[in-house]
Design a protein around this ligand. Structure first.
Ligand code: B12
Length: 177
């Protein structure tokens, strides 16, 4: 695949602050300044019952399928250290993790995207077999954070070399000792 062709995925859109109507915008900017804000807003409207679940799912799916397409069509470096990115066990919120996977694939890292609801035992099996350098899991709610803590404890028991483990949580999740 021509790596140049992925740059076409850097979308051309009109942003409120853009100096010209069709300023060139990188995927990263679209994700962090437009899509995340839009999803946050959708979440607020949903919480206030001003938007139906169906509309929330519809909007989210448009964003998710578009990001998945960009991710799938971005060439993955099949060499060098491996990075696993996914969601905590039973965690369905995947867009933050998917964005991170996309950003890192775009800078040339070897990314394995595991998606929603990663199952802990098969994750540990893959960690043992493929020895990723980093494992990143995303969690949105308190029970899921506990699940991720379990994964971290299991990873800490593995023989060396162990991966760096990273947990990402939304600010609304408070972690207590
Ligand atoms: C889309 C969405 C869904 C979709 C998810 C679809 C999908 N395939 O991902 C669906 C419909 C499945 C869903 C379901 C639910 N949802 Co929901 N959902 C959202 C929504 C609207 C957007 C989330 C999102 O994608 N944001 C975009 C990403 C890019 O932003 P972000 O998550 O903040 O991520 C940033 C950082 O956290 C970080 N990051 C995120 N992940 C990662 C990963 C790594 C490794 C790193 C380094 C960084 C990182 O980087 C991002 C960019 O800065 C939010 C609203 C909101 N405020 O976010 C609610 C929200 C998260 N949902 C919520 C709830 C309550 C639910 C449900 C429990 C509702 C229900 N009663 O059924 C269920 C979950 C059921 C379950 N089994 O757990 C609440 C959570 C409140 C809480 N923390 O306790 C929110 C906040 C809505 C609200 N206002 O109350 N949801």
């Amino acid at each position: 695949m021509d790596p140049q062709s992925t740059s076409n995925l850097d979308t051309r859109i009109s942003l409120p602050n853009a100096s010209t109507p069709k300023e060139h915008v990188q995927v990263e900017e679209v994700c962090l300044h437009l899509l995340q804000a839009t999803l946050f807003h959708i979440g607020m409207l949903w919480a206030e019952k001003r938007l139906s679940v169906a509309v929330e799912h519809f909007a989210t799916n448009i964003i998710r399928t578009r990001l998945t397409h960009i991710f799938d069509t971005t060439p993955n470096k099949q060499e060098g250290v491996i990075i696993f990115i996914g969601c905590a066990p039973q965690e369905p919120h995947e867009i933050g993790a998917l964005m991170l996977a996309l950003f890192w694939r775009r800078i040339g890292l070897n990314i394995v995207y595991l998606g929603q609801m990663v199952e802990i035992h098969s994750l540990l099996q893959e960690v043992v077999q493929r020895r990723p350098w980093v494992v990143c899991l995303s969690a949105m709610t308190r029970p899921r954070v506990k699940d991720v803590a379990r994964v971290a404890r299991e990873i800490a028991k593995l023989d060396l070399p162990r991966p760096i483990f990273s947990l990402a949580v939304v600010p609304s999740v408070k972690i207590q000792n």
